[in-house]
Design a protein around this ligand. Sequence first.
Ligand code: ATP
Ligand code: MG
Length: 300
Amino acid sequence: MNLQEIIKRCGKHAAPYRVDGGKKFQLKDHDPGDTGHLHESDKERAKKDMERSVEAMAALQERLYAQDKWAVLLIFQAMDAAGKDGVIKHVMSGINPQGCQVYSFKSPSNEELDHDYLWRCTKSLPERGRIGIFNRSYYEEVLVVRVHPEILKKQKLPTELITKHVWKERYEDIRNFEQHLARNGVAICKFFLNVSRDEQKRRFLDRLENPDKQWKFSSADARERQCWTDYMAAYEETIQATATKSAPWYVLPADHKWFTRYIAAAAIVETLGALHLKFPEVDDAKKAELAQVDKLLRKE
Ligand code: ATP
Ligand code: MG
């Protein structure tokens, strides 16, 4: 299969999970246990397919880098234990680390709180020619902060600016910010790893039982789990308000890790493929220069 065929195939696989106009989006229409047209017995085939997507991604990344015009921003959002880290690790495994930057956003520091909430993310945006990965992002500002309004109170904002419209305003600002990026050559692709509450419980219990995974568990994760319904409402509204053609969300079923990774890889290939990346063409003057060097080298 050539690169164009792989891009087309990936587009087909990722399409059912792409949300690029949010008005009708409802989380209840997205099953976390979905494995599309595949079954557990197709797992190995899906892994092979994913490897092919990762190879395509690497080939596209080379062109992205050489062309030095577009930047690609991949945003990952999810509840704990949904598998963000695993997707990032597997999906990016074939990519040249020099062309890729990963940033993990935690609770903002004092310095970060002295600025608007986009500041720290803006500083970490990928350069042209690169792929930037945000493990969490400014979306936390309408997710965790919305679920826990006391965080908003500690954000040092002038009180008169905190009105009942604050979330609508944040959605609007995020949409405008992303449109600005898109208009300046940053291709944005956002992922929500949609894990079910039951599967999260299973994974937490697995972490608690397994000594090699205990370090991953924090009691804060279990506390956040108590706010599940609020989080799901916040995710739904966020996706409704911020899914656009130039910055789509992919709602990835996340109860089966192999399927999550398979679709994530396909979505990234689709995103890169849509940029029609090509190696820069060498003009006649450059060709003549190269021919000259070739001659000199052969003479040596
Ligand atoms: P992992 O647990 O897999 O290492 P993680 O992304 O969950 O990865 P943690 O250090 O456990 O990393 O959690 C980061 C925490 O920071 C999350 O609870 C998240 O909600 C919080 N956070 C991120 N951005 C903000 C923000 N802008 N305001 C408040 N809290 C935030
Ligand atoms: Mg965590």
